[in-house]
Design a protein around this ligand. Structure first.
Ligand code: N01
Length: 529
């Protein structure tokens, strides 16, 4: 038991596990959550077709064997309602709800250096304080709605995929416009098209998508995984994304294969589905020529699926495949064969304005009953910066990170003692299995806090040199890949004015080894008082 206290912001998978660990280790703990229930990403993203692109048997907690043995997933890739049920099950099973105040948005957080504590403002009018502040606010939780001219004028309904109404939306008989063709657009478009009278898709950049090949989970497969769950988890943690250990995976170069061999290999991976496509050859993410072959295979698939050849060409991306997150779909390209679906290219004629009746692009007016913004998120830093966090000497996090996020281990940032960021920028986060990532972070934080109690330290803070080296390391690791060669949200490129900095640390096992090394060296790079 300790007299130390912690505030955990966010009741998604990271926040729930952090609360559980803190309480189990005797800390006084309070959780604050913007929504009116648990689930984080899976609470907010209720748009039609929303499902995870990491397979169900991997996308779950592994800290408790009875939990992973007793929970049953129904499909290869779980749909949002099932994952939300799982989050609720965890909250009930470990009696976490009582620790959380819901509909409680952290509007400011200020470090009081004299009292060595965090003062937190809730909903602009209430306060709380604690020794430690742990932000479990998610990487894709700050919705990005572009600042379109006339946005407020539209008289129909607007929806953002990441803020979807709890009771769902019935598009039957309606004229719908959707802006954005990232994962959220690609998942929702086929289902909205089935309902709507007419759906118009506004596409700025075409995206690569591979069929998810979703299906019901087979009992024998589930039993096999459960019989060897520890081994299954360990094998996944040993590979860079911390998922997909059982993907068909090849270590040869796409450039050494004959055209026929390449085609056959890509076909095998296309049929397998999802991210496994990128494991067809070792150099798809490293070599532009190898990448081109993978990209061209997908383009040819689009050309074969979409009957109208002009429309097919419009849907063919010419960028680096895998540079933006690869999408996994169910019937996405096929949807463009429907009579009630139009595709409008806004790459050269941006959306000029939203009007009372719809929108205007390229001088052409479109009228809608509903507009869906599938326009993504202010990723990785958005939720942290929106919380108005001030560190020692009143320094604001948004000022410190003006040129891009600066962290040590993706967990701490200099000038902000006792502040922790679960899956913060500079950690594998979005480029690894998120649940594996949040578990690792929560466990690392609790070990560090317990170590501090034992050593009699009250505060911990990242050192500037260690932070500078870490930022450099994250950057260097990305430069060895093709990730910097497109305008992705990994780079902040989707939000106008956001600094172009590659934010995730590439490679989960290397990352864990680094953090273990830091811990074994007495938490090198952190200073304690
Ligand atoms: O967001 P995005 P998302 N005018 O940023 C377009 C995770 N996720 O919500 O590419 C016109 O990918 C923008 O165009 P462009 C997953 O990690 C996972 O779809 O910037 N268009 C783009 O097409 C994913 O990567 C799952 O040119 C504008 C789209 O909006 C991440 O969330 C499911 C525009 C935004 O795409 C984000 O996905 C869903 C403008 N002014 C999400 N501004 C799964 O697990 C933006 N766009 C499967």
């Amino acid at each position: 038991m300790t007299n130390k206290s912690a505030i955990v912001v966010g009741a998604g998978f990271g926040g729930l596990y952090m609360l559980h660990l803190l309480r189990a280790n005797g800390y006084h703990v309070q959780g604050f959550e913007r929504g009116d229930d648990v689930g984080g990403t899976w609470y907010w993203n209720r748009y039609p077709g929303c499902r995870c692109d990491v397979e169900s048997m991997e996308y779950s907690y592994q800290f408790a064997d009875d939990l992973q043995q007793q929970w049953d997933w129904s499909e290869r890739y779980s749909a949002q309602p099932e994952i939300l049920r799982y989050a609720n099950h965890v909250a009930d099973r470990y009696e976490l709800r009582g620790l959380i105040r819901f509909e409680a948005t952290v509007t400011a957080a200020t470090y009081d250096a004299q009292r060595k504590r965090w003062d937190v403002e809730i909903n602009g009018d209430d306060t709380a304080c604690a020794d430690y502040l742990i932000m479990a606010t998610g990487c894709l939780s700050a919705a990005n709605i572009p600042d379109f001219l006339g946005l407020a004028d539209f008289q129909g309904n607007t929806y953002h995929t990441g803020q979807w109404p709890k009771d769902g939306v019935d598009f039957t008989g309606r004229r719908v416009g959707i802006i954005g063709t990232g994962s959220s657009g690609i998942q929702s478009i086929p289902l909205i098209a089935e309902q709507a009278e007419h759906l118009t898709v506004f596409q700025r950049t075409p995206n690569y998508s591979v069929p998810a090949q979703n299906k019901p989970l087979e009992t024998a497969f589930v039993e096999d995984v459960k019989a060897n769950y520890d081994d299954f988890r360990a094998r996944n943690k040993a590979i860079p994304p911390a998922f997909g250990a059982d993907f068909p995976r090849h270590f040869d170069s796409a450039l050494d294969a004959t055209p026929e061999e390449r085609e056959a290999r890509f076909e095998e991976h296309w049929r397998y589905g999802g991210f496994a496509f990128l494991a067809a050859f070792a150099d798809i993410g490293l070599n532009m020529d190898a990448n081109w072959h993978a990209a061209e295979f997908v383009r040819n698939k689009i050309r074969a699926i979409v009957k109208d050849s002009n429309r097919a060409e419009l849907l063919c991306p010419d960028t680096v495949i895998g540079c933006k997150r690869l999408c996994a779909d169910t019937g996405y390209f096929e949807t463009y064969n429907r009579d009630n679906v139009s595709l409008v290219d806004v790459s050269t004629n941006p959306i000029e304005k939203i009007t009372t009746q719809g929108l205007v692009t390229g001088g052409v007016s479109f009228e809608f009953d509903d507009i869906v913004f599938a326009t993504g998120f202010d990723a990785m830093t958005g939720a942290l910066l929106r919380a108005n966090i001030r560190g020692t000497s009143g320094v604001e996090l948004k000022d410190k990170w003006r040129e891009g996020p600066r962290t040590y281990m993706g967990l701490m940032t200099e000038g902000f003692p006792n502040l922790f960021t679960i899956t913060g920028p500079g950690s594998p986060s979005v480029l690894a299995n998120m649940i594996t990532g949040v578990e690792h972070h929560a466990e690392y934080i609790i070990d560090l806090l317990n170590w501090m109690q034992a050593a009699g330290h009250e505060t911990v803070e990242a050192e500037r040199d260690a932070e500078d080296e870490w930022v450099e390391l994250v950057n260097l690791r990305s430069q060895a890949t093709l990730f910097p060669r497109c305008n992705s949200w990994y780079l902040g490129a989707n939000v106008p004015g956001k600094p172009r900095v590659f934010m995730p640390f590439l490679g989960f096992p290397d990352y864990c080894a680094k953090l273990d090394g830091i811990r074994d060296a007495g938490y090198a790079g952190l200073s304690f008082a």
